[in-house]
Unconditional design. Structure first.
Length: 467
């Protein structure tokens, strides 16, 4: 019996070695032979990469072992998500974007040449139940699906695959698939070109929920872009109301409520501290939209922020997460701030060890803030005195760290943008660095008529959020 088992293991090992010998990664097969000329244009490169992808997928379909097929598709998927210049630096002369990846090149090629996607569609008919193949085909055919796709089943598979792709980025702290997320916003939601297609219109609400779920991960500074997305999709959803498929029990469309509900769902599933803090800080752009939110949405948001601002179950957040959640909670619900602080302090007295630890961190933070304020104040006053002595319109503290009106530490991003103590711009009225309008007399204008004014970019750039 032992001899028979050994013989079976040897046969299985020989079969796996034989199939592994057929495996060639996408990067290895993309090397040009000596008899062939390297590509001279993006069209030649796109055609060559498309042929290689088709050959590799046909090889994967011929494999009989599931483990070998999975390993092959995983390697091929990883190669498609790499940047082109990382494999072939010689293509820099004709590539439009140096950060372009293989799947972006192929998706644009299949959109412009739909007949080139027929081999992939033929393979899709008997490999659609393979998890790795779903991710790979959705990655390279995401533009073709909206431009030429006819099946609603393919669109639903695409949405599920995109959700998995974005979660891969979140779990690995990468942004390899940010181009797919950007395409869904720019070409699908903000543009109504594909809204009248029968395969696209039923899944528009699902696409919006998918974009909202990972919006704050791929787009860090999204104040004006977010307002544009919400207003544009609200009007487009209202205009195409008859073609949308609503969830059971829902008849109204409110993009703000939909966005916040998806935000609450994804934040309950996140486990990375950096991503959680990023989400808690980024959602503060919705503070002006609180009066327009629904009651259920506000209750969900309040419960989530309370769970993240308190130690222990259910999330056991770190101190950094608790501080960010507390600031966000006070901005969204300022009326209960005093009562929440009193309850937290009373519960702290029940655990003396944690109470002493909290006092230590609070005292250390207070001393750090005081030292920063004193040092920044002295630095800005020194810059103001140097400017008065030199008579120059340019400030020496343009690139120094300063304080805005709310006492948060920021950084000067343009000329004449300083803190209140030096009175160069009359102070800052908000986190955006706009000049404060007050009755106090401002310093005389600068003598140089050719001195540059405040640029629109400095007015629209948000200041760093409080940590």
């Amino acid at each position: 019996e032992e001899g028979l088992l050994l013989m079976e293991e040897e046969e299985v090992q020989k079969e796996e070695d034989k199939e592994r010998h057929l495996l060639h990664s996408f990067s290895e097969t993309s090397e040009w032979e000596e008899s062939e000329a390297p590509p001279r244009s993006p069209a030649e490169l796109q055609g060559h990469v498309s042929d290689l992808l088709t050959k590799n997928l046909e090889v994967s379909a011929s494999l009989t072992s599931d483990s070998a097929k999975k390993a092959f598709l995983v390697r091929l998927f990883n190669d498609l998500s790499h940047r082109i210049l990382a494999h072939e630096p010689s293509y820099i002369d004709f590539l439009p974007d140096q950060k372009l990846r293989y799947y972006e090149l192929l998706s644009n090629y299949y959109k412009l040449h739909p007949q080139a996607a027929r081999p992939l569609l033929r393979l899709n008919t008997y490999m659609w139940d393979n998890y790795q193949f779903q991710l790979l085909s959705s990655l390279v055919l995401h533009q073709w699906l909206f431009a030429h796709g006819q099946s609603g089943r393919d669109m639903r598979i695409f949405i599920t695959a995109c959700d998995r792709l974005f979660w891969l980025d979140v779990s690995n702290s990468t942004s390899r698939f940010a181009a797919v997320h950007s395409y869904l916003i720019r070409e699908v939601l903000l543009s109504t070109t594909y809204w009248d297609r029968d395969a696209v219109s039923p899944v528009l609400l699902d696409i919006f929920n998918l974009v909202a779920k990972f919006y704050f991960y791929y787009i860090r500074k999204a104040d004006h872009d977010l307002d544009k997305l919400l207003s544009s999709t609200q009007s487009s959803f209202t205009a195409h109301r008859d073609r949308l498929s609503f969830p059971p029990g829902h008849t109204k469309i409110a993009t703000v409520n939909m966005f916040i509900n998806e935000y609450v769902r994804v934040l309950r599933e996140l486990r990375q501290e950096r991503v959680i803090v990023q989400y808690l800080v980024a959602v503060r752009v919705f503070v002006p939209h609180v009066p327009t939110m629904g009651t259920k949405t506000l209750l969900r948001m309040n419960a989530l922020l309370l769970d993240y601002s308190s130690p222990g179950s259910p999330f056991y957040p770190t101190r950094r997460i608790r501080e960010a959640a507390s600031v966000t909670l006070n901005l969204f619900f300022p009326r209960g701030q005093v009562s929440r602080d009193i309850v937290n302090y009373l519960f702290r007295f029940m655990e003396p060890h944690h109470l002493l630890t909290s006092w230590f961190y609070w005292f250390r933070k207070y001393c750090r803030d005081c030292s920063r304020k004193i040092s920044f104040g002295l630095r800005c006053c020194r810059c103001w005195g140097k400017r008065k002595d030199d008579g120059d319109s340019k400030s020496d503290c343009d690139e120094e760290e300063v304080l805005n009106e709310k006492g948060k530490v920021g950084r000067c991003k343009g000329r004449y943008r300083c803190c209140r103590c030096c009175s160069m711009c009359g102070g800052c009225s908000s986190d955006r660095g706009r000049p404060r309008r007050s009755s106090t007399p401002s310093p005389p204008p600068f003598p140089s008529p050719s001195s540059p004014s405040i640029s629109p970019a400095s007015l629209s750039s948000p200041s760093p959020s409080p940590s």
